[in-house]
Design a protein around this ligand. Structure first.
Ligand code: ZN
Length: 308
């Protein structure tokens, strides 16, 4: 019987690999520095395939015991056709039939999905969202996004681009956003903008968000306020989605969620104050549970869903 899934999370910094058993546990892991392969699509694909073979060999797993490979990619992915339409931050990736390429090389069934959707699948099946039928999984990082589980299915939208919560306008007169819009939530809570803001507040342009976290943990009032203001923006962004979708749960993940304890009170306060009564009463906001592993674990969910 096939028992293992190979999960791959393609990020701008790391290529993360995991061998996952049928209960969603990572039994082996491996990572590569993405930057070494960014310039060449062929090199990236070769490194990725070789690593799959290495990671399988290392665990003495036979190819026939691998149920499938699931890959999460940061971009526009047609998961149905197995095509990478575009990876905005990795040059050369436009309309690449990635599923077919990997399957030919490795002779293992392969499935691809947007990385935020994989994180969402992981949190839904094995993390903070277990047993919940309708949820939103928000990821806070350089990009701000969300995956949607509606009626126990991932919702992808007509063109596989649903869930762009970071580009929900929260201010009609807000600053321009690289997406072409303006006043988007990401312009207030995306890493880059948070760092710029922290640089001004703490008069140190090299300050990292981890430093603002440490300052808050020591009780620095400006740092605590910084996270509360961030939470206010996040809360306001969520109110619209909660009113629209009436979810049971909102999961907050991504790097910035490390500050969840400084933000949870404010996020919940805003949701309870501003969302409509029925929606507000039903929804719970919580922190993601699987951390960095969510995408790799989500790969198991993706593969299992496609191979019955
Ligand atoms: Zn935008």
């Amino acid at each position: 019987m096939s028992k293992y899934t190979i999960g791959i999370d393609v990020g701008g910094t790391n290529l993360k690999f995991g061998v996952i058993n049928s209960t969603g546990k990572i039994v082996s892991r491996f990572r590569l520095d993405t930057k070494r392969y960014l310039r060449s699509k062929v090199k990236l694909i070769d490194a990725l395939s070789q690593s799959v073979l290495d990671v399988i060999a290392e665990k003495n797993i036979k190819t026939k015991d691998v149920l499938g490979i699931g890959v999460g990619l940061p971009g526009l992915i047609n998961s149905k056709a197995g095509i990478v339409n575009l990876l905005p931050n990795i040059p050369g990736w436009k309309n690449v039939p990635f599923k077919t390429i990997l399957q030919k090389k490795l002779k293992i069934p392969t499935f691809i999905e947007n990385d935020v959707n994989l994180i969402t699948l992981g949190e839904w099946k094995y993390g903070a969202g277990r047993g919940v039928k309708n949820l939103i999984c928000m990821t806070l990082g350089t990009g701000v996004g969300a995956g949607l589980i509606l009626n126990n299915e991932i919702y992808q939208g007509e063109g596989f681009v649903a869930g762009e919560l970071g580009h929900m306008p929260i201010n009609e007169r807000g600053p321009d956003c690289p997406c072409g819009g303006s006043g988007c939530l990401e312009r207030y809570v995306g890493n880059k903008y948070l760092m710029e803001k922290a640089g001004k507040i703490f008069k140190n342009k090299n300050i990292r968000l981890e430093d603002v976290h440490d300052l808050a943990s020591k009780g620095n009032i400006r740092a605590v306020q910084f996270w509360e203001e961030t939470a206010t923006h996040i809360g306001n962004g969520l109110v619209g989605v909660i009113n629209l979708l009436n979810p049971r749960l909102v999961i907050i993940g991504g790097g910035v969620s490390n500050n969840y304890k400084y933000m949870s009170k404010t996020i919940n306060k805003i949701v309870q104050k501003r969302a409509m009564k029925v929606q507000a009463k039903m929804v719970k906001v919580t922190r993601a549970k699987l951390g960095d592993d969510a995408g790799i674990i989500g790969a198991q969910v993706l593969v299992a869903k496609n191979i019955k």
